[in-house]
Design a protein around this ligand. Structure first.
Ligand SMILES: [Zn+2]
Length: 624
């Protein structure tokens, strides 16, 4: 393509400013700089040699009471302090205090769902009963003064009994009553907040209901008691399935776990007889960042499985549990199976890390949203059925980020949602051959540079109901797409794989992400990180033609874009010229070409619907 054109000015002088831009040092927070000095983080993208993280072993006994719409539990938690610090307090997250009367929220809660907060029946730490004088509430957090200091490499035992009222009217995708006796239960147990090597205790509270995950990698043994006839789906492995399921259901479940075909494990007809024989369900999940479950008494259950690793032939069970009235879910198992195979073998090309991938239908249709938890997602039938598949595969992707790779979604939502949106779109475009009804590039072109558009690096703490979607989905989707354009698909995917290998089971920060990509690509990408993550700005390229033969593309906005020129000739043919966005690293803000005059040119177009640009009025030139 380039034979028709001659790039001019390749060696024109770079300004001092541009030379500096190529060797730019990224701003690092003071906390991160200190972590590098302590050796828990490194500048080469790998976890530092002194990297550590704390964790808990949870043994929980919980009972769901549909009659009272309540949940009550007791937990024995062993908290392991792996840090070099002596802890004098501990922070527990009581997410359900979001429904406490008087709490500030960014989403409305139905007054019928308000309560007096999570009721703590008892709290004992290392055999000492904790009284009110040693605790303080802050939003949904409960900070407890420890009866004795928790030294490095030692453990604390926390015994807690609690109960709360389950929301029934506020459609909330993380937890609540759905319909016909079905519940999804997430964010339900007193959870020890993260104490990390950079910021210490994570004290972001969940009162607004907007921010999502940042959890330790814990071990769970959970005993769930439900009323007779209820079926449970959950994170982890069910240890007593032989005792639980009726023989015909058990037979079908086993078949589903060994075949590529979809098996209707529980059908409408199966409910003419009991499908379960017991009401106490035992689960175990190791080294995982959360535990959630769904329970229902009339749900249909389809399952299949897929080999995610050819060498070991390891199979992952892929299943969908849904209300009989949720029509989009019929056939959804096949889509879920295809996406788990795609994620495992192609994009990102890392074998699905867990034993099952469950999609549970616990969000009311009118809520039009869904939510991920490890190994189980809470899904919606969606009023707009064209969104259903995108949402289903999106939530399943989250098993990689923020679960397998434990990014901090409370501060940097883009670090998981960006990947989830990008790869959700890839799967739907490449495999299902379906495009999303709302193209993120177009939405970005509409909103970039407006007053709601802060740098991506801005902490997600500041997100609210209005700008959240833009930050967690649209902008990172576009920026990750540009990064892929910059590096090329193959190299990009191999770096992403290395990033996952280096950071799975750990907590990477944005710096760790930037430095891993720099290190593995062998290229200093700081100019790209600086522009796309730290700066205010927008994408805008402008097309000019000088003296009828010189094309000049000007970068008006700061966001670097690939150049796509379409040269339309008088004879009806056309030619495309594509330049990698890397040219902006070397070319300053102007790029030029001399038009070959062998054929008469009619017009020139710059850009593409898939390349964002806030002003397309300056993207066309017609020859007279
Ligand atoms: Zn998401």
């Amino acid at each position: 393509m380039k034979s028709l054109f001659f790039i001019t000015g390749l060696f024109f002088c770079l300004t001092v400013q541009e030379l500096i831009a190529q060797n730019i040092e990224l701003f690092e927070s003071v906390e991160y700089q200190k972590a590098v000095v302590r050796g828990t983080r490194s500048k080469n993208g790998k976890p530092g040699q002194n990297y550590w993280q704390n964790h808990s072993d949870y043994k929980i006994d919980v009972a769901l009471s549909p009659e009272a719409h309540s949940l009550s539990g007791k937990a024995q938690i062993v908290y392991h302090n792996e840090s070099p610090d002596t802890l004098t307090e501990i922070t527990l997250r009581l997410y359900q205090d979001r429904y406490k009367k008087g709490t500030i929220r960014s989403r409305k809660v139905n007054p019928d769902d308000l309560h007096d907060g999570v009721s703590i029946d008892s709290l004992i730490i290392n055999n000492t009963r904790i009284n009110d004088g040693s605790i303080r509430h802050n939003g949904t957090n409960l900070t407890v003064q420890l009866p004795s200091p928790l030294f490095p490499k030692s453990t604390a035992q926390i015994n807690i009994k609690w109960n709360f009222k389950i929301p029934t009217k506020t459609h909330f995708r993380r937890m609540g009553y759905f319909k016909d006796g079905a519940y999804f239960i997430g964010l339900w147990y007193p959870q020890i907040a993260v104490y990390d090597d950079i910021y210490g205790w994570d004290k972001f509270t969940f009162h607004t209901g907007v921010q999502e995950f940042y959890n330790d990698y814990n071990n769970y043994e959970v005993k769930i008691t439900v009323p007779n006839g209820y079926v449970v789906w959950a994170t982890g492995d069910l240890l007593n399935e032989n005792k639980i399921f009726a023989p015909n259901i058990l037979k079908k479940l086993r078949k589903a776990k060994a075949t590529d075909e979809t098996v209707n494990i529980i059908t409408r007809d199966d409910y003419t007889l009991p499908v379960v024989k017991d009401s106490v369900w035992f689960y175990k999940a190791s080294y995982i960042s959360d535990f959630a479950f769904g329970a229902a008494k009339n749900f249909l259950w389809d399952g299949t499985s897929v080999i995610v690793e050819e060498k070991s032939k390891r199979r992952v069970f892929v299943d969908v549990a849904f209300h009989p009235g949720s029509d989009n879910f019929y056939g959804a198992t096949d889509i879920a199976r295809q996406c788990i195979e795609y994620y495992s073998k192609e994009n990102p090309g890392i074998p699905f890390p867990y034993s099952h991938a469950t999609s549970f239908n616990g969000v009311p249709d009118e809520a039009n949203s869904a939510m991920e938890f490890p190994m189980i997602a809470n899904d919606c039938n969606w009023q707009d059925s064209s969104i259903f598949k995108f949402a289903l595969v999106h939530e399943l992707f989250h098993n990689y980020f923020p679960f397998y790779v434990g990014t901090n979604e409370k501060q940097n939502t883009w670090m998981d949602e960006g990947w989830a949106f990008l790869i959700e779109h890839d799967f739907c475009n490449d495999i299902l051959k379906e495009g999303h009804p709302r193209d993120p590039n177009q939405i970005y072109s509409f909103l970039a540079g407006t007053r709601i558009d802060f740098p991506l690096f801005t902490t997600s703490e500041t997100y609210n109901k209005t700008n959240k979607g833009y930050y967690y989905a649209i902008k990172p989707f576009v920026i990750f797409s540009l990064l892929r354009d910059l590096l090329g698909k193959e190299i990009f995917t191999s770096i992403l794989q290395e990033y996952i290998r280096l950071w799975h089971g750990k907590h990477p920060t944005p710096y760790d992400f930037f430095y891993t990509f720099n290190e593995v690509s062998g290229e200093n990408l700081n100019w790209f990180w600086e522009t796309c993550f730290y700066e205010f700005g927008y994408p805008d390229l402008e097309l000019n033609v000088v003296d009828g033969e010189k094309i000049i593309v000007k970068k008006i906005g700061n966001i670097p874009l690939p150049i796509k020129l379409t040269i339309n000739y008088e004879d009806g043919t056309n030619k495309e010229i594509v330049e990698n966005l890397r040219i902006w690293k070397d070319w300053g803000n102007e790029y030029s070409l001399i038009i070959d005059k062998k054929k008469k040119v009619k017009s020139i177009e710059l850009g593409d619907p898939k390349i964002p640009d806030i002003n397309t009025a300056n993207n066309y030139y017609g020859f007279k």
